[in-house]
Design a protein around this ligand. Structure first.
Ligand code: B12
Length: 472
């Protein structure tokens, strides 16, 4: 049986109000969810299924090309990955698949169907969905489809039987992440992925060393629950070695919270150093989980970029967001990361609960004081399955359960609401622009960046990102 897994194009993104320049231009990430489920299914089923992955984003495909591809490949089963902001595009791909061959079985997986299984299954072009982690569930679903059976006994699957929507019980989280096969990057044109700020070789891949997060930030979709599961340092570094052997030397660590377990992080860094792996790493960390020793060690292992969610310069707003960090920890973390020679990113939120002009100014001031290499001010957007979204509905700041309605009746004109307790939309947009301008248009900042640009290609990309960031 032919199985095609698709990462949909980002042509009709739900407007998330992240300045595009700071997301798209920053690089292209491989669809790790698809790689994981494909690699697991291949190991479980061997030759029984011919599994391919199509990343329409990295291939820069439009719908005409996707249609042609589907007509040529004629998959029996098509699996589509769907995060909330890609819903419209994911459905368009599903529609094309059904138009090309009405008998193709269309299965959706990823964050969005996990949150809204019934709404997703009510779409005529979706036959089944996988809820939560997909490796084991998808392999079992393939088995059922091969045998032409309904997936009735398979935990984590939702499906339709004679038009009736049925949801099986959820599946338990995979406890032993070391038991999963490494994502087989040969299933993708792995040389095409890059991170704008990556090492000079520029072939980048994502790396997932743990799943889950115990923290309670109210704006985060707690996708993998609070249960934190970690790969062993040995298993993690083995995957890095496999990548290095292919010529991949830049790693973007996409864990929810990589630095949660100090000893494990140090052990990973030590192994990278001992094995003489010449790599660069970009990672996300919490300011309350780093110290000079860990940062120096990570830098020695190749970490040259680190991203911290600062969110706000106001202790009250940090508390309202349940971020669990202090402004003092922010100051210290940035100082230490710079001392370790790591390029720093600070992410701020704007228009959060309880925030007024005074608090926004505190954030802008803090950004300039800690002076990271990059700062991004995002407008607080309540995403589905977050505490912020529930709170907004309860307080009447948000009008209705609009994400659920959008999921049941997805329309291209949909615009998510912001937290407009104290600001209007246009005020928030003005503040966002003001924050970026006052951070980036400092002579000190501009000179420092110009000094650091390594190649003409890098300069061109950065300039393009800069222009788009400040354009109206
Ligand atoms: C990398 C990443 C990105 C990348 C690119 C995404 C990509 N191509 O992978 C970039 C930087 C572009 C990005 C941007 C954003 N992101 Co993002 N991102 C992530 C991140 C860190 C990793 C994704 C990943 O690869 N995970 C690892 C894989 C293994 O997990 P997975 O994808 O969930 O896949 C598993 C299952 O879901 C399932 N599965 C997945 N697909 C499929 C398909 C099928 C057919 C099946 C059967 C199963 C299946 O099986 C997989 C294996 O178990 C996640 C957080 C996280 N740790 O997951 C956030 C996350 C996905 N992002 C999120 C958000 C909110 C955003 C932004 C909106 C943030 C913002 N305000 O700017 C933007 C949107 C940008 C835009 N352009 O509009 C949310 C998603 C919320 C939602 N409801 O969809 C997440 C979950 C973070 C969070 N905890 O809140 N992001």
């Amino acid at each position: 049986m032919k199985v095609l897994l698709v990462n949909p194009p980002a042509k009709n993104l739900v407007r998330t109000f992240a300045p595009d320049a700071l997301t798209e231009e920053m690089g292209l990430y491989p669809p790790m969810g698809l790689l994981y489920i494909a690699s697991y299914a291949m190991k479980a089923h061997g030759e029984r299924f011919k599994i391919e992955i199509l990343d329409t984003q990295v291939e820069r495909m439009d719908y005409k090309k996707i249609k042609k591809f589907l007509e040529e490949k004629k998959p029996d089963i098509i699996g589509i990955s769907c995060m909330t902001f890609l819903l419209i595009d994911a459905l368009k791909v599903a529609r094309l698949a059904k138009e090309t061959n009405p008998r193709t079985h269309v299965v959706f997986g990823g964050t969005h169907p996990t949150i809204y299984p019934v709404e997703m299954l009510s779409q005529p072009e979706i036959d089944s969905i996988v809820i939560g982690e997909g490796e084991i569930t998808f392999a079992e679903l393939l088995d059922a489809l091969f045998m032409k059976k309904f997936p009735s006994g398979i935990n984590g699957v939702g499906y339709k039987e004679n038009g009736k929507i049925l949801l099986n019980p959820r599946r338990e989280f995979i406890r032993d992440l070391d038991s999963l096969p490494f994502p087989d990057r040969d299933l993708l044109p792995f040389k095409k992925y890059y991170n704008l700020l990556g090492g000079s070789k520029e072939i980048m891949t994502s790396l997932l060393t743990s799943r889950g997060c115990p923290h309670k930030c109210i704006f985060c979709t707690s996708k993998d629950g609070r249960l934190c599961r970690m790969r062993s340092p040995e298993n993690t570094v083995q995957e890095i070695e496999e990548c290095v052997a292919k010529g991949i030397t830049d790693f973007d660590i996409i864990d929810d919270t990589f630095t949660i377990h100090r000893k494990r992080v140090i052990a990973i860094a030590d192994l990278i150093i001992q094995r003489g792996l010449k790599i660069t790493m970009d990672l996300r960390a919490r300011v309350d989980q780093v110290d000079q020793e860990i940062l120096d060690k990570l830098a020695q292992a190749g970490c040259n970029r680190i991203r911290f969610g600062v969110e706000s310069g106001s202790p009250e707003v940090l508390r309202a967001l349940k971020k669990g960090i202090t402004v003092e920890q922010v100051r210290r973390a940035f100082k230490m990361a710079k001392k370790a020679g790591i390029v720093t990113f600070a992410y701020f939120m704007m228009g959060s609960p309880g925030e007024k002009k005074k608090e926004i100014i505190k954030s802008i001031k803090l950004a300039k004081e800690i002076d990271p290499d990059f700062a991004q001010f995002l407008i607080t957007t309540p995403f589905p399955a977050t505490e912020l979204y529930t709170l907004g509905m309860e307080k009447g700041v948000l009008q209705g359960d609009y994400w659920r309605e959008f999921s049941a009746n997805p329309g291209e004109e949909f615009i998510p609401q912001w937290w407009t307790e104290n600001f209007t939309h246009s005020e928030l947009e003005k503040w966002q622009k003001k924050a970026h301008l006052s951070f980036y248009y400092r002579p000190r900042y501009v000179f420092r960046q110009l000094r650091q640009v390594k190649s003409l290609k890098e300069f061109a990309r950065k300039a393009k990102a800069g222009i788009r960031l400040f354009a109206d």
